[in-house]
Write a protein that binds this ligand. Structure first.
Ligand SMILES: *Cc1c(COP(=O)(O)O)cnc(C)c1O
Length: 389
C-alpha cells in the first residue's frame, strides 16, 4: 500500500519513524545530546548541533509532520509564535506588504499590529469571508496573505480555497495557521496554500505539557525558514520533540472523541434557556456550517463558544458550578478547559470594540477534552441549571 493512501490514524503512528528502529526500540528514544560526531556537511545547517534542529528526534518529527500535511518538508520550533514570527520574517522584508485576516490569534495579531510595522513591513487587515474584496488592496509590494483555518473564539471559517486561489493569482505566498482543526480535520496544502503553521502546544501534542510550533511547506521555503530559525534561535529541545512525537500518535483518536463530545455539548447548550447562542461549525445554525462541512469532512473541531444570558455575577457563578471543566487558558488538552475571552485573550480591546466583533462579557469558550461525553454534557447542564433565575 502506498504511504499516502494510508489513513491518518496509521500515518500519525508510523510516518517518519526510523526504519530500522533505533537498537530495536519500538518507541523512538530521546537523543538528549547537544552535539554529534561529524566531519561537517555542505552548509551550516548540516552541522550536527542541537540549535540547528537536526538531532534524530527533530528529523523524525519533520518527516512525520511533512507526511501529515502532505508537504515536501517541515520544521519544528520552540513555540507556535516562534514558527509564526520566523516564517513571517523569512517571507517578508522591509518595504513589503502583507494582507492578514481580521481577528487572528492574539499573539499573531499583536505581532502584525505592533512589531511588523516597526520592521518596515506594512500590514492590512482583511475579511477572510470575502477575498474578492481584497483585489483593490494588492500593491506592487504585497508579498503574502495570512489567515487561520478557524477563528478564535467564534469558530468562523473563511472562504479558504478562495484565499489560496487569490494568492496564486497574485503570486503571493499564502500562509495559514491550522492549529484548530489540525491535519486530521483540514490539510490546507491540498487546497493550494503555500505554508501551514501550527502551535503544536495545542492539538498536535494534546496534553498541555509542552510548548512547540511547526511549519510545513515546499522544501526551498522550509530551507529558508530553517536558516532563520538557526540564527533567531527558536529551536525545539529533543525532550520536547519526544513528548510531541508521543502526543501526535493519538491525535486522530483524540480529535474524533473530542469533536463528537463538542457536538453533543453544542446541542445541549443550544437547547438550554440560559444560552443565547452557540458558536460551533458543526451546528446547522452556524453561519459557516456548509463551508466547514465541505472543507473539514465532518471534523468540526473540539472548540466551541456560547453566549451565556445574564450579568457578570451569573457568569462567575456558572464557572464556579463546573466540576469537570477547568477554568484555564489554552486549548487542545485532555482536560476540558473554559475561558472568558472578554477577560483573557481579548481583554486588551475596549468593551465597545469587543461588542462589535461579537465578544460579549458572557461569551464562554470551551476546549472540549477527553472526559466521558455524558459526564461532560451533564457537568455543563448542572452548572447552567444552578444559575437559573
Ligand atoms: C496558541 C496559539 C498560537 C501560539 O502558539 P504558542 O505555542 O503558544 O506559541 C498560535 N495560533 C493559534 C491559533 C493558537 O491557538
Amino acid at each position: 500500500m502506498k504511504d499516502h493512501l494510508k489513513s491518518m490514524d496509521t500515518r500519525l503512528i508510523h510516518a517518519g519513524e526510523p526504519r530500522p528502529r533505533v537498537k530495536g526500540a519500538v518507541v523512538m528514544p530521546i537523543f538528549q545530546s547537544a552535539n554529534f560526531e561529524d566531519g561537517g556537511g555542505e552548509d551550516y545547517s548540516s552541522v550536527r548541533y542541537i540549535r540547528l534542529n537536526n538531532t534524530p528526534n527533530h528529523q523524525v518529527l519533520h518527516a512525520k509532520l511533512a507526511d501529515l500535511e502532505g508537504a515536501e518538508d517541515a520544521l519544528v520550533t520552540s513555540s507556535g509564535m516562534a514558527a509564526i514570527s520566523t516564517t513571517l520574517l523569512t517571507v517578508l522584508k522591509p518595504g513589503d506588504h502583507v494582507l492578514m485576516q481580521d481577528g487572528l490569534y492574539g499573539g499573531t495579531h499583536e505581532l502584525a499590529r505592533h512589531d511588523l510595522p516597526g520592521l518596515g513591513i506594512q500590514v492590512d487587515f482583511v475579511d477572510a469571508d470575502d477575498p474578492s474584496s481584497w483585489e483593490s488592496m494588492v500593491r506592487p509590494q504585497t508579498r503574502a496573505v495570512y489567515v487561520e483555518s478557524m477563528t478564535n473564539p467564534l469558530l468562523k471559517v473563511g472562504d479558504l480555497p478562495a484565499v489560496a486561489a487569490f494568492a496564486r493569482r497574485h503570486n503571493l505566498v499564502s500562509m495559514i495557521d491550522n492549529t484548530f482543526p489540525s491535519p486530521v480535520g483540514f490539510r490546507p496544502l491540498e487546497h493550494g496554500f503555500t505554508l501551514v503553521l501550527h502551535s503544536a502546544t495545542k492539538y498536535l501534542n494534546g496534553h498541555s505539557d509542552l510548548v512547540a510550533g511547526a511549519v510545513c511547506g515546499p522544501a526551498d521555503l522550509i530551507r529558508a525558514i530553517r536558516h532563520r530559525v538557526n540564527h533567531y534561535g527558536g529551536s525545539l529541545d529533543p525532550h520536547a520533540c519526544f513528548l510531541l512525537q508521543r502526543g501526535m500518535k493519538t491525535l486522530a483518536v483524540r480529535l474524533r472523541h473530542q469533536s463528537a463530545s463538542a457536538m453533543a455539548l453544542a446541542e445541549m447548550l443550544e437547547a438550554h434557556p440560559l444560552v443565547d447562542r452557540v458558536h460551533y461549525p458543526g451546528l446547522a445554525s452556524h453561519a459557516d456550517h456548509q463551508r466547514a462541512a465541505t472543507l473539514f469532512q465532518g471534523h468540526y473541531s473540539a472548540m466551541l463558544s456560547f453566549d451565556l444570558r445574564g450579568d457578570n455575577r451569573t457568569v462567575d457563578a456558572f464557572l464556579k458550578n463546573l466540576n469537570l471543566a477547568v477554568v484555564a487558558p489554552s486549548l487542545g488538552a485532555v482536560e476540558s478547559l473554559v475561558t472568558l475571552p472578554a477577560r483573557t485573550s481579548h481583554i486588551g480591546l475596549p468593551p465597545e470594540e469587543r461588542a462589535r466583533i461579537g465578544i460579549g462579557d458572557g461569551l464562554v469558550r470551551v476546549s472540549v477534552g477527553l472526559e466521558g461525553r455524558d459526564d461532560l454534557v451533564e457537568d455543563f447542564r448542572q452548572a447552567l441549571d444552578g444559575v437559573m433565575p
